[in-house]
Design a protein around this ligand. Structure first.
Ligand SMILES: Cc1cc2nc3c(=O)[nH]c(=O)nc-3n(C[C@H](O)[C@H](O)[C@H](O)COP(=O)(O)OP(=O)(O)OC[C@H]3O[C@@H](n4cnc5c(N)ncnc54)[C@H](O)[C@@H]3O)c2cc1C
Length: 201
């Protein structure tokens, strides 16, 4: 552990390198989909979340796309599911639009900042809002119980410390954590399909 008074940690969000291998139009590495999240020129293909540059209809400015956040990814998942069903039924697909109602940032312990509906909060009130929001967003009872237990234990026993590569000699990349350079080429996929052995290496 390096003793320090101030620690500033930042991490960006990028689309998976897989996107660049698909031969489709991209916007800063994300698939250039329509506001209905289908991919022009690729019939029946939809994309969402970090992988897609979904036009932000609420901004009213040309070229604006939804930021890569979980807020959008989760809502876009539901919207894409509805659009896939609509398309299969021959009905009209609906454009995605969501206006954020605020932001929450959990900085650990009682440190947090929140801005629900434009009200600026910090410290414990902000943490209650942040954790309440994140807890409510968890999909299963097991996940809720696990997270609540963890928060309670941390409140009593102190936060866990996580070392994030202080000793690393080079900056970590996405491919260090995921097998992002092991995709099959279109030719390899075709050969596997033709040989009737999908999934074989
Ligand atoms: C440090 C950090 C903090 C963040 N904090 C916030 C926050 O506070 N609030 C917020 O709203 N958003 C936050 N985000 C952004 C948020 O995590 C993402 O926008 C969101 O997870 C996007 O969801 P997704 O489903 O599009 O992609 P992901 O959640 O990245 O899911 C993609 C999945 O695909 C898998 N995958 C990749 N390649 C392959 C492959 N070839 N085969 C099979 N599976 C594959 C990946 O393992 C992953 O599980 C944060 C991101 C980071 C990195």
């Amino acid at each position: 552990m390096v003793p320090t008074h101030t620690l500033i940690w930042t991490a960006g969000v990028v689309a998976s390198p897989l996107i660049a291998t698909l031969g489709a139009e991209t916007v800063r590495g994300r698939l250039a989909v329509t506001s209905r999240m289908d991919l022009p020129g690729h019939d029946g293909v939809f994309a969402l979340g970090d992988a897609a540059a979904v036009p932000d209809e609420t901004k009213g400015q040309e070229g604006a796309v939804c930021p890569p956040t979980a807020q959008h990814a989760m809502r876009q998942g539901k919207a894409v599911a509805d659009n896939v069903i609509a398309r299969l039924r021959g009905q009209a697909m609906r454009p995605y639009a969501h206006k954020d109602l605020g932001l929450v940032v959990d900085l650990g312990g009682t440190d947090a900042v929140s801005k629900p509906l434009g009200v600026e909060l910090h410290g414990l009130p902000a943490q209650l809002v942040a954790r309440g929001y994140h807890w409510g967003a968890l999909r299963t009872g097991v996940a809720k119980a696990r997270v609540l237990t963890n928060w309670t234990l941390n409140a009593v026993a102190g936060d866990d410390f996580v070392r994030t590569g202080f000793q690393a000699r080079r900056p970590a990349k996405l491919k260090d954590f995921e097998y992002t350079d092991t995709y099959l080429t279109p030719e390899q996929v075709r050969a596997q399909v033709e040989s009737g052995r999908p999934g074989a290496g």
